[in-house]
Design a protein around this ligand. Sequence first.
Ligand code: IVH
Length: 668
Amino acid sequence: MTKDQAQLEIAELTKKINHYNEQYYMNDKSEVSDYEFDMLLNKLIALEKDFPEFNYPDSPSHRVGGTVTKEFNTVFHKTPMLSLGNTYSKEDLEDFDKRVAKGLGDEPYEYVCELKFDGVALSVTYENGVLTRGVTRGDGTKGDDITFNVKTIRSMPLKLKGDFPEEFEARGEAFMPKKVFAALNEERAAVGEETYANARNTASGSLKMQDSAAVAKRKLDCFLYAMNGDNLNIDTHAEAIAKLQEMGFNVSPTYRKCKTIDEVLAYIQEWDTKRQELPLETDGIVIKVNSFAQQEKLGFTAKSPRWAIAYKYKAENAATRLKDITYQVGRTGAITPVAELDPVQLAGTTVKRASLHNANEIQRLDLRVGDMVFVEKGGEIIPKVTGVELTARTPELTPVEYIKNCPECGTELIRLEGEAVHYCPNSQGCPPQIKGRIEHFIQRKAMDIDSLGERTINLLYEKDLVKSPADLYDLTYDDIFQLEGFKDLSTKNALKGIEASKEVPFESVLFGLGIRYVGKTVAEKLAAHFKNIDNIIKASYDELISVPEIGDRIASSLLAHFENDENKEEIERLKQAGVQMEIIEKESTSVSDVLNGKTFVISGVFANYERDELKELIQQHGGKVVGSISGKLNYLVAGDKMGPAKKEKAEKLGVQIISEDEFDAMIK
Ligand code: IVH
């Protein structure tokens, strides 16, 4: 491809991707499948790699991240990022209104009301319409430069539309949508990871991650609500919001002009319940004087503007009786204590149960069965117990004694060092663990056997027909037909679903095995690196942790899983049944043979490549990537953060250590 052709193609792909992005993230419309979208993006990334002169700062390829920042630079805000005064009552609001009226003399004024988004304040700077910097609020005076991470927020324009000021700053609130948060926690729970407490902290933590590719996966969003700069030609807050929207920013459509404090109060009341339907968590309302001239006249106190105030909704909570504590056993054997409550109305639903997380939480709350407890429903779907009404406690109530044995199979529980959660170690004999593993195996992201469900798995288990995923492949027509609710067609369908799962790719099978801490992404990385199950079973600890994103915890979990003979036997049976246990290699397009016969080890973090990309490049040029350093090795490609032990070993064995630039020179 010539340079001109590449430039043209890059421009076209950019336009298309930007269009699909905008449709998807701003207008909720998918015009192409995820697969087609990824193909376009991959094509763009590949072209930009070959023609770096056309890799512009506003390219949508930056959305997928790939930059690793070791330490964020500190940036001073042009004007401080202040906080807002909080109020909780109608009276406080009326006082605020009186102060505004007094400060403005006889002038008429109006307010704009907005939701108070519960996320992380963010500042973004645009120069000539291009996003050049994203900074956290920090201490209000200075924050961290997280530009690469901000670029992964799909709704944040990398390039503005229409008329825009030459240079300005927009401010807003980055957040993790409720649905994304719930899915993330579900995914974590599914692989035995501790779930995150709330969406705000998760959003905040995500924005501070060092690897922007990992940030991209967090699917953050951002509502913008302010513009700062010279000669903006805007006189009011409402105009600023309209302008932001016009330039392509994501603006919450929930704002409203209010002429009187009564209209403000009506807005507050209206959104008290309606805000539950919003895609993000909100904890109140922000009331702002609309006119900039009047804002200036009112000025600031040391901490916050006199022209704005936040009204905070009280977290919805209710008092009820703790009737009992029951214990659930998960697929991985993790025990979750659950508060059984006298039914109580909370945020429009009846609450009967609340999660208690683990033994530490019960101890922290000093719970006793029979206590009056407070339950609260924040943005989370599951309500939580937040405290005990101690004045209502009667003397006969005794502290909860945490169970010592599994409530399902009676096995003595264990608690691993440094972990808060208790486990039932009887993985092969404990019914909810067995059924949980099979349910995990058949789920959509794994073997996708949707002709079976939780109910059928239960029936099969009760009838002693299925005790492990591999048993599914031994099921006969008669086995299924005799189950309650099954007829000829549904039986054939169930069998068809099981048969079709034999075509599911290896990475999904690996995820389906339900190895602790091996989520879908980890399974994909392992499959891509080791190619087949036997290589994974054979892999040493060092080989495992040499794979990007595989650390000590996952490596140890894999080793423990494959040390178990029953697990190995299960894999053997799945293999015999015809389930995919190796990846189907994509034809790797050969580009040259300059690296023919040469072996490479890749280590550390690179400025321009993900490790997988580097690996593919080596293969495309005829080289081979191996897992460990030996005397036969030709090159160690060293990035940042390479372990000193590796370097030492390579030096000792006389292996040539090359930098990323030197590697580039070899293949150019
Ligand atoms: S305006 C001078 N509008 O609340 C401060 N802030 O306590 C102007 N926030 O740091 C901020 N939603 O992170 C404003 N609609 C909204 C908001 C909002 C959430 C956050 C923001 C700010 C904090 C102030």
